[in-house]
Design a protein around this ligand. Structure first.
Ligand code: SIN
Length: 403
């Protein structure tokens, strides 16, 4: 993958739309999961536990869970495959990967490289096509022992019920609705670029992207003005063109959803400060939506309740810490949350109070191979990344050994 990084990045942009610079970043991110897991595979240690009977020893073994079904989304067509495949292989599992119907090509390219790298036939299997039929085959075959899925909460719930038939081990990385909080004492030189990167990466089509911005009263005007100015400098266009910051959305339904959320916000008193419209560029089938800032967000707005999965940043003002924690936690989702402050005591207090699996504290880009990526509540369960991922693909067995 490292050798072919440029080719893989171009393929990714062609099938998914994200700007080439981001696609290059995703390929590097994707390879990091394989490298990390390969190294961590050396440390799948067991335990020797003392027994209460002096003539016994207890050996704890970690063994591969078995065949792992891997179902991946279209927003990160390479990295979501390797984030699951790396630890599965390192733990000794064979895999059946079903990439999204929207973006199967990156997964197939990784499969070709797996063959070239000498991974034996039958270890990395990739099936594309009708999700219902593939799902039925996977869930009705009792050789499959594990499902790892990244995608929407709605589909995750449906897969969980199907997986109950054979009691599959599950890792579900589902939807999110991330709050992004800026306290009065925040360093805006840090918070503004982080807000832009966190919101507009992949045109807002990221489970962990900021969905709701809460800005404390004393800094609200300044933050909003600087955020609007930064958003106005983003270049929208064909992801394959150098210099583009925001590419097209994945399909027509995605653009319609973004439009309906912005319309809904306006009818409920929200004000569009920047953007709020499609952008026409030849050859992109009307899929570009301008990076948008909406002020006056209220809890009733769709923007504040549902995953918009597009380049729209709604902002609301708050007055104190307790109020904003309540607002931030008032969501069924619990994947990622962000906040900016210079106060070290508040930093720990707020990090502990937020009901989210991933917390960006003065950091708009917390995703990395070493960390345990995953959510709480309706954002799912299980962790991907670092040594935590290895637990998802191993079973624990013990041997009670009488001497
Ligand atoms: C996701 O959107 O699920 C993945 C994003 C990331 O790994 O940062």
């Amino acid at each position: 993958m490292q050798r072919d990084a440029d080719r893989l990045a171009r393929l990714l942009t062609a099938e998914q739309g994200k700007p080439l610079a981001e696609a290059r970043g995703e390929i590097a991110y994707a390879t990091s999961f394989l490298e990390w897991a390969a190294e961590e595979g050396k440390r799948l240690n067991g335990d020797l536990v003392p027994s209460s009977s002096p003539d016994k020893r207890i050996l704890v073994l970690r063994q591969p869970v078995g065949i792992a079904a891997i179902i991946t989304p279209w927003n990160f067509p390479a990295a979501m495959v390797t984030r699951k495949l790396g630890p599965a292989l390192a733990c000794g599992c064979t895999t059946v990967i079903k990439p999204s119907e929207e973006t199967p090509l990156s997964a197939l390219a990784i499969g070709e490289l797996a063959c070239e790298a000498g991974i034996p036939p039958g270890v990395v299997n990739i099936v594309t096509g009708d999700p219902g039929a593939i799902g039925d085959a996977l869930f009705n075959d009792d050789r499959v022992r594990k499902l790892s899925f990244t995608g929407s909460t709605e589909v995750g719930r449906m897969l969980m019920s199907k997986a109950s038939k054979n009691l599959l081990r599950l890792s579900l990385e589902l939807g999110g609705h991330a709050p992004f909080i800026v306290f009065d004492d925040a360093d805006l030189n840090l918070a503004v670029p982080a807000a832009v990167a966190c919101k507009f990466r992949n045109a807002g089509q990221t489970c962990v992207c900021a969905n709701r911005f809460y800005v404390q009263a004393g800094i609200a005007d300044e933050f909003t003005a600087r955020f609007a100015e930064a958003i106005g400098t983003l270049t929208v266009g064909n992801g394959a063109d150098e210099g583009v910051d925001v590419g097209p959305l994945i399909n027509d339904a995605a653009v319609e959803k973004v439009e309906s959320h912005v319309d809904d916000a306006q009818t409920r008193g929200g004000r569009v400060i920047v953007g709020g419209h499609r952008v026409a560029v030849d050859g992109l089938a009307d899929r570009l939506y301008a990076p948008t800032l909406v002020s006056g967000m209220t809890p009733e707005m769709l923007l504040c309740r549902e995953e918009t999965f597009g380049p729209v940043a709604p902002v609301a003002m708050f007055h104190d810490e307790r109020e904003v924690i309540e607002l931030a936690n008032a969501s069924e989702y619990g994947l990622a949350a962000y906040f900016f402050t210079r106060d070290a005591s508040r930093l720990m207090r707020v990090a502990e109070a937020l009901e989210y699996g991933i917390i960006g504290a003065n950091d708009g880009a917390p995703s990395t191979v070493q960390a345990p990526f995953g959510g709480l509540k309706h954002s799912g369960f299980g962790r991907e990344g670092g040594s935590y991922a290895m637990h998802e693909y191993t079973e624990i067995k013990y041997v009670s050994w009488r001497l």
